[in-house]
Design a protein around this ligand. Structure first.
Ligand code: HEM
Length: 576
């Protein structure tokens, strides 16, 4: 109606207005139909070339198969489960094949672009490690409102190379270990909040959502780590507003651009809120960043020093560009770059780390024998007094690297519950090649322009041909050093932080943060899932409750990185 009125205001009569609208709608529909035809034809052409694809229809593409596979999952199950189901059911889905096809071509148009996923590990290696494909346009579009694409994750080519090298300094293992005493402040705050919720004298405390607590920890940690103690203190008063702005923008991200979310994506209200959030970030971070830039510019000594915070590494990089005449640091470029990088680090590092901590805690609560071993390791490495662990670590931060069993537990939890993966785009003339011994040796699989290439890590981590006893939680597999042992993790097999040049820059930070949280929590608190209490609170008791793999805890959420179902309701008590 508003459109009709606007056209009439422009001086056109009702008939002309109706014609204009019909023309507009017709063009949109024609565009979608034409694009749909192109997509479907691409798949039909693949089929003609003898490339194995799942049963495909002109009308529905693969939507009918996808619907059938997902029908038994809870409606809020994350999309990460789909490729696992395809991998598990490949014989039925590819009846024409004797061997598992190395590459899955997936047509979910009009709900997604044509997707390509590896069903065999060597294929993932080919496009991330042997040749690192550029990031998917879709990913850049998602991040645009938060970072204006001035961030490490969406940069490409030489610009990415230069910035990755500069920022790597802040994320080095050495630097992270040195920063442990500082970062422990945030972990202690996290522990104190949990302790306040814990039951005393052997009683369980009230139910609460653990993932909300770990999300706050991860967010605080990124601010602290990025800015360092001194600069972070200047930000403390604006941090809540900055967090709200980032979270609001992330909630408004549109992960896939399709007909179903066209109106949401183009709503003026959404655009206004995204603009406003960005202004909040600029206004909140601007003065602090400018002040730090001024300090580093004025002080030759700190300028020459190797940066020990990411913000200093970033500013030193900008100063290099300024000296080379590439950037005018007095204009918005510097601020936009800095805000883009901070926004990216928060986006990439907060809910990923938060859910990873939750999955480790969840698996430990289900495997008391493993928990006992972890506690014993903490006693042995950090001394028998759990309350002294933080001060022991402050005095000797390198002890964190001696927690080898804890490390193995984390890696196994991350294999069993993987949360994100990389999304790349095909390149003209690029092919993936059937690996030796796969039954498709040397076969060329097209991976050109128009394909969104997703690494499918969760499914690859659950491939029984790579991981014996795949469904079991066996941390010991990550302690095996003999490569001939069948339980030894496969080469390039563990890809939780992705492998290759575009792997996660924050991986050591995430691992250290999770270890610190475990060290402070596990010997002082007991934890258990509290679904009955949670259901009672929401008057759900007695009703049918969704599960995956027999567990109420599963990866839930729409298109964003998955969350633990209902943010993991638990209860805790002080350990006797
Ligand atoms: C458990 C926690 C984490 C997981 C599972 C994770 C996972 C990943 C993965 C899979 C990638 C590759 C993504 C791609 O290629 O598109 C990635 C990249 C990245 N991660 Fe993480 N990440 C975690 C924590 C963090 C943290 C704490 C930070 C920073 C504070 C961070 C910052 C980044 C950045 C900036 C990139 C892009 C790197 C580049 O393109 O050079 N991540 N992460």
């Amino acid at each position: 109606m508003a459109l009709l009125a606007a056209i009439k205001d422009a001086g056109l009569g009702t008939r002309h207005a109706a014609l204009a609208i019909a023309f507009l709608l017709g063009s949109v529909i024609a565009h979608y139909l034409f694009r749909g035809y192109q997509v479907r034809k691409t798949f039909k052409d693949l089929e003609k070339q003898g490339i194995p694809i799942m049963k495909h229809s002109w009308i529905l593409g693969h939507l009918e198969i996808v619907g059938r596979l997902l029908k038994d999952l809870p409606s809020d199950a994350h999309g990460n489960y789909l490729p696992i189901l395809i991998l598990e059911n490949w014989r039925e889905l590819f009846p024409q094949c004797e061997n598992r096809p190395p590459v899955l071509y997936l047509d979910m148009w009009p709900f997604a672009q044509p997707f390509l996923l590896p069903l065999l590990l060597p294929i993932a290696v080919q496009f991330t490690q042997d040749h690192s494909l550029p990031k998917a346009h879709e990913q850049n579009k998602i991040l645009q409102p938060l970072t204006k694409n001035k961030d490490l994750s969406t940069m490409d080519g030489n610009e990415w190379k230069v910035w990755r090298k500069r920022l790597n300094v802040g994320f080095s293992i050495q630097n992270i270990t040195n920063r442990i005493p500082d970062m422990l402040d945030e972990v202690e705050k996290f522990y104190d909040k949990l302790e306040a919720k814990a039951g005393r004298n052997g009683e369980w405390g009230p139910v609460f959502q653990m993932e909300l607590q770990t999300t706050k920890l991860a967010m605080d940690m990124i601010f602290r780590f990025f800015f360092g103690k001194q600069v972070h203190a200047r930000l403390a008063h604006v941090q809540p507003a900055l967090e709200d702005a980032v979270m609001d923008t992330i909630r408004r991200f549109v992960f896939f651009h399709h007909i179903g979310n066209f109106l949401v994506e183009h709503s003026p209200w959404r655009k206004f809120k995204l603009w406003k959030n960005y202004q909040t970030l600029m206004a909140g971070l601007g003065p602090v960043l400018q002040q730090r830039l001024g300090e580093l510019t004025a002080d030759d000594k700190s300028r020459a020093k190797v940066a020990d915070t990411v913000v200093d590494a970033l500013i030193q990089g900008v100063m290099e560009d300024r000296d080379a005449g590439l950037v005018n640091t007095s204009d918005r470029d510097f601020l936009e770059l800095a805000v883009g990088q901070v926004g990216m680090f928060i986006f990439a590092g907060h809910d990923t780390t938060a859910s990873a901590i939750c999955w480790v805690l969840h698996l430990l609560s289900k495997h008391p024998e493993v928990l006992e071993k972890v506690r014993a390791e903490h006693d042995a490495v950090l001394g028998p007094d759990p309350n002294a662990a933080a001060s022991v670590l402050r005095a000797k931060p390198e002890l964190i690297n001696a927690l080898t069993y804890t490390n193995a537990v984390m890696k196994e939890a991350m294999r069993v519950h993987t949360n994100v993966g990389t999304m790349r785009r095909g390149e003209p003339g690029f092919y993936l090649t059937g690996p030796a011994g796969s039954g498709y040796d040397g076969v060329k699989f097209p991976c050109g322009e128009g394909w969104v290439v997703w690494d499918n890590t969760f499914a690859l981590h659950r491939d029984p041909e790579q991981w014996p006893r795949v469904h079991e939680f066996i941390p010991e597999r990550f302690l095996i050093t003999d490569e001939n042992d069948p339980m030894h993790p496969p080469k390039n097999g563990w890809r939780f932080f992705e492998l290759g040049p575009r792997n996660c820059i924050g991986q050591h930070l995430a691992m250290v943060e999770i270890k610190m949280a475990l060290v402070l929590v596990l010997r002082r608190l007991d934890l258990e899932a509290a679904w009955d209490e949670w259901d009672a609170k929401r008057a759900l008791k007695g009703k049918k409750t969704p599960m995956i793999w027999g567990d109420r805890c599963y990866h839930a959420g729409g298109e964003s990185p998955p969350h633990v179902k209902d943010h993991m309701p638990v209860r805790i008590r002080l350990r006797q």
